[in-house]
Design a protein around this ligand. Structure first.
Ligand code: SAM
Length: 237
């Protein structure tokens, strides 16, 4: 497992930078949230939402805006992110819960309810290849016939290595994320090189099938990011 103490330090260090990235819509939060929102509606079917690696809840806030779902639980190791959940999600959920926890530890806890929506937005790609299989397996254990997993992450193109993806992504960043200073670009570069493990599409399909997930809809896809909604395979058959 990744050194979470070290990870927390890195994210905390970069939090204002991530704010800037969201504000400028560099990671397509606007388009992705709009597409996912459409595929998740109507909100009457949503009782409880878990947001794994929620950060400050910005993606969830956009997806759930104004829906006032009964309960939202944001899970993260970043206190700085969790501290802003109340502000960002107060109009989106009646009950808000901020869980200061590593994702796997949270998923390993026994709970009596299955959430209607499990959101994993730009968080699962931080797990290296040898850990993501276990994370997906744990997620599926918490899903019932009505649960949906919304998985938003960078995905490699066919035959693209992790290094090739990261190089292509960093080129895009240096050309398009124009409001960032050279120092900030370097910070993003270091973060991506150290912490990002975007999946190869074939490996991703294998892991999805192994976990027992059934693709319900691809809400959004561009050359870097994919947002896909899953149910449990048995629930779809
Ligand atoms: C790129 S941010 C995404 C934040 C938000 N979900 C979004 O879409 O904007 C990734 C977040 O995942 C959290 N994270 C990454 N790995 C984690 C882990 N193993 N356990 C808990 N949180 C984790 C980080 O702390 C960070 O807040």
């Amino acid at each position: 497992m990744e050194d979470i103490t070290n990870y927390e330090f890195t994210v905390f260090d970069e939090w204002s930078l991530y704010d800037q990235i969201i504000e400028r819509n560099y990671m397509k939060h606007v388009e992705i949230s709009a597409a996912v929102r459409q595929d998740l509606s109507p909100p009457s079917q949503i009782a409880e939402v878990w947001d794994l690696g929620c950060g400050c809840g910005s993606m969830a806030a956009k997806i759930l805006s104004g829906w006032s779902v009964p309960k939202y639980t944001g899970v993260d190791v970043s206190q700085a992110g969790l501290a802003r959940i109340n502000t960002n999600l107060s109009s989106s959920a009646s009950e808000l819960c901020a869980e200061s926890s590593e994702i796997v530890s949270f998923l390993e806890r026994p709970v009596s309810i299955c959430p209607s929506v499990i959101l994993a937005s730009f968080s699962l790609h931080h797990f290296p290849m040898d850990e993501i299989e276990k994370v997906l397996e744990l997620i599926v254990k918490h899903m019932d016939a009505k649960s949906r997993l919304v998985w938003i992450d960078p995905v490699r193109q066919s035959h693209e290595s992790r290094e090739e993806f990261n190089r292509r992504f960093l080129l895009e960043i240096s050309e398009s994320w124009t409001s960032l200073t050279p120092e900030q670009i370097l910070e993003v570069d270091e973060h991506i090189t150290q912490y990002d493990f975007p999946l190869d599409p074939i490996e991703r399909e294998r892991l999805i099938s192994l976990a027992g997930l059934h693709g319900q809809s691809v809400s959004y896809r561009d050359p870097f990011f994919t947002a896909e909604i899953f149910t449990r395979a048995s629930a779809a058959e």
